[in-house]
Design a binder for this molecule. Structure first.
Ligand code: AP5
Length: 213
């Protein structure tokens, strides 16, 4: 069964996807991670995505949908968790078409619910490894004092789009484009809402229950 995990910036999608991938052995398809890797690699896709993502804006649907189509084909039938895609109604329609074309389906669309004031705190306090992407938080999961990632030895940094003015743009983009996906998936009988507040492990337990594990 393929799963969609969606919600506002900072809801914990990346954190929980990583835990689910480990528990369920599924592939993780994160458009945010794919764009960051392309930006780091300086590829044509990265140069284009950078114009939008560093300002907190959404990368155009045409670019994003093409990227996901390619990745889904590469997975060759391995079940996956979608994290950060779709985040517009046209992307959701495109996903439905893509899945049908490849004989696949979506089992559940899980919305991680977190209030806005908490999102801001999670995003401003987040630090990430510039090499492996491991995520830290200044208050709840502090990085080592020397900023050397404990997983891979890479350097721990702050994401450029985690600056307060960019976060504001991201939250606005979420409200305008992604929040409507709740109704989209509810009307298709696929929506499950999970409380994303409280400790990471507590959220994970609720998520597993919602997914029937
Ligand atoms: P993306 O990387 O997908 O960013 P996002 O959706 O804004 O999500 P985040 O990665 O910020 O948050 P998260 O929910 O994964 O939270 P996390 O687990 O890290 O996208 C980046 C950009 O790429 C977009 O702005 C856009 O430009 C572009 N893009 C991507 N997909 C696109 C698409 N489909 N269409 C168009 N453009 C697209 O947690 C956050 C922090 O909180 C961490 O520090 C973590 O340690 C901490 N934390 C997590 N859970 C808890 C908890 N339970 N308690 C305490 N702390 C917690």
């Amino acid at each position: 069964m393929n799963i969609l995990l969606f919600g506002p910036p900072g809801a914990g999608k990346g954190t929980q996807s990583a835990m689910l991938v480990e528990k369920l052995g599924m592939a993780h398809l994160s458009t945010g991670d794919l764009f960051r890797a392309a930006i780091k690699g300086g590829t044509p896709l990265g140069l284009e995505a950078k114009k939008y993502s560093e300002q907190g804006k959404l990368v155009p649907d045409s670019i994003t949908i093409g990227l996901v189509e390619e990745k889904i084909k590469d997975l060759k039938g391995v079940s996956f968790i979608l994290d950060g895609f779709p985040r517009t109604v046209p992307q959701a329609d495109a996903l439905a078409g893509l899945l049908e074309k490849n004989g696949l389906n979506l089992g559940q669309a899980v919305f991680l619910s977190v209030p806005f004031d908490l999102l801001f705190r999670r995003l401003t306090g987040r630090r990430v490894c510039s090499n492996c992407g491991n995520t830290y938080h200044l208050e709840t999961a502090p990085p080592p004092a020397n900023s050397v990632c404990e997983k891979c030895g890479g350097t721990v940094v702050q994401r450029k789009d985690d600056m307060p003015d960019v976060i504001k743009t991201r939250l606005e983009a979420y409200e305008a484009n992604t929040a409507p996906l709740k109704d989209y998936y509810r009307s298709r009988g696929l929506l499950t809402e999970v409380d994303g507040t409280g400790e990471v492990q507590g959220v994970f337990e609720r998520l597993k229950t919602a997914l029937g594990h």
